[in-house]
Design a protein around this ligand. Structure first.
Ligand SMILES: Nc1nc2c(ncn2[C@@H]2O[C@H](COP(=O)(O)OP(=O)(O)OP(=O)(O)O)[C@@H](O)[C@H]2O)c(=O)[nH]1
Ligand SMILES: C[S@@+](CC[C@H](N)C(=O)[O-])C[C@H]1O[C@@H](n2cnc3c(N)ncnc32)[C@H](O)[C@@H]1O
Ligand code: SF4
Ligand code: SF4
Length: 325
């Protein structure tokens, strides 16, 4: 699939639910209106859509949410998607808050998920509870350990927040290194209305890199995933740190992805509302109609986001939890 700007789209992020067992302050408002279950694609429909996309050249699928592991039957979906490797899928990955991994990691690894990203913004139990509005960091750590024990590669996602976790970057990098995990630092993006002003905690990652380099040696790395992180090897730990810089160093020129919400709405860009509804097309249309809908999306895919952290209004009213990042 090629978009209107000549970019090859071979990476699809699929959100399987907008619900979550945490309420991170930068992602969700305290009170969220979740979708009624009847509006969701069934797991079989998600698998059918994924098969169609693989036939159209998609090589990477990332499962996300909300919290993907709270969707009933998730492991079964992972098995259905894992089997698409024989049809050309290169990689099936997962982004999760990790809380439910202890009971599921082994099954997910058997389904073919070899690499996961687990979100953990701090190692401090009190701070974690505050950021997630009630989460228990011990459960996340148990989830990370379960994933490592099941043989998965784990990368930790840490949203960098000034005045919140900016004193912990080096400690987190060392903690990750000791567990054989990479780390991605992420700039806060203005999506969806939340309590408080994201501009107050926004931290451009050049500042985070400076802080890290006071204690650790960062060596430029050629390592790349399908995602936007730019990596450095950390000489002292043997693991990597990546920087995801949508605001301070835009990476849209190399965009390779689209995202599907749990309802079957497909979005051309994380930062825009441009979308096409696939659910009814799948239920009542022909495969040709599905291709037409996808082509319409690709034809209108925005060139780039226009996030502006200083603006009071977010770039879109849609919360990050609708598309899963
Ligand atoms: N602006 C923007 N941010 C993205 C995009 N893809 C992922 N992100 C952000 O990157 C952060 C990490 O997302 P993950 O779900 O862990 O995925 P990833 O880091 O791209 O995944 P890999 O590189 O495959 O490990 C989240 O905050 C996402 O919102 C994108 O296309 N545009
Ligand atoms: C929306 S979550 C969905 C998957 C899962 N619940 C998790 O937290 O990993 C995906 C990623 O988006 C990140 N995220 C959420 N809101 C964000 C925001 N406003 N800006 C930047 N990243 C955000 C999270 O930290 C997480 O790493
Ligand atoms: S970032 Fe993930 S864990 Fe946190 S509220 Fe959003 S969906 Fe839930
Ligand atoms: S912000 Fe939009 S155009 Fe830019 S990389 Fe993300 S999805 Fe692609």
């Amino acid at each position: 699939m090629i978009d209107a700007h000549g970019r090859t789209i071979d990476y699809v992020r699929i959100s399987v639910t907008d619900r979550c067992n945490l309420r991170c302050t930068y992602c969700m408002a305290e009170d969220m209106q979740f979708l009624p279950r009847r509006d969701l694609l069934t797991l079989e429909e998600i698998a059918d859509l994924a098969r169609h996309l693989v036939a159209r050249g998609v090589r990477r699928i990332r499962l996300t949410g909300g919290e993907p592991l709270v969707r009933r039957g998730f492991a079964g979906l992972a098995h259905m998607l894992g089997s698409l490797r024989s049809e050309g899928l290169g990689e099936l990955t997962l982004t999760t808050n990790g809380v439910l991994l202890p009971g599921m990691a082994g099954e997910l690894r058997r389904a073919g998920i070899e690499r996961i990203n687990v979100s953990m913004d701090t190692l401090d139990a009190e701070k974690f509870a505050a950021i997630t509005r009630g989460g228990n960091v011990g459960k996340v750590i148990a989830g990370i350990d379960a994933a490592r024990a099941a043989g998965m590669s784990v990368k930790i996602n840490m949203v960098a927040m000034r005045g919140v976790n900016d004193g912990e970057f080096a400690d987190m990098a060392r903690w990750c290194g000791a567990r054989g995990c990479d780390l991605s630092l992420i700039e806060t993006m203005p999506l969806g209305q939340v309590e408080g002003d994201r501009a107050d905690t926004y931290l451009p990652l050049a500042a985070a890199r400076d802080v890290l380099e006071r204690e650790l040696t960062l060596l430029p790395s050629l390592h790349r995933t399908g995602g936007p992180s730019r990596y450095f090897d950390i000489a002292e730990t043997g693991a990597r740190v990546g920087f995801i810089t949508p605001l301070s160093d835009n990476f849209c020129a190399s965009c390779n992805r689209i995202r599907i919400a749990a309802t079957g709405t497909v979005y051309g860009c994380l930062g825009h509302d441009q979308k096409v509804e696939l659910r009814d097309v799948m239920r009542t249309g022909t495969p040709g109609a599905l291709d037409e809908a996808l082509d319409q999306l690709l034809g209108g895919k925005p060139k780039r986001h226009d996030f502006d952290i200083a603006r009071a209004e977010p770039a879109t009213a849609r919360h990050m939890s609708v598309t899963g990042g």
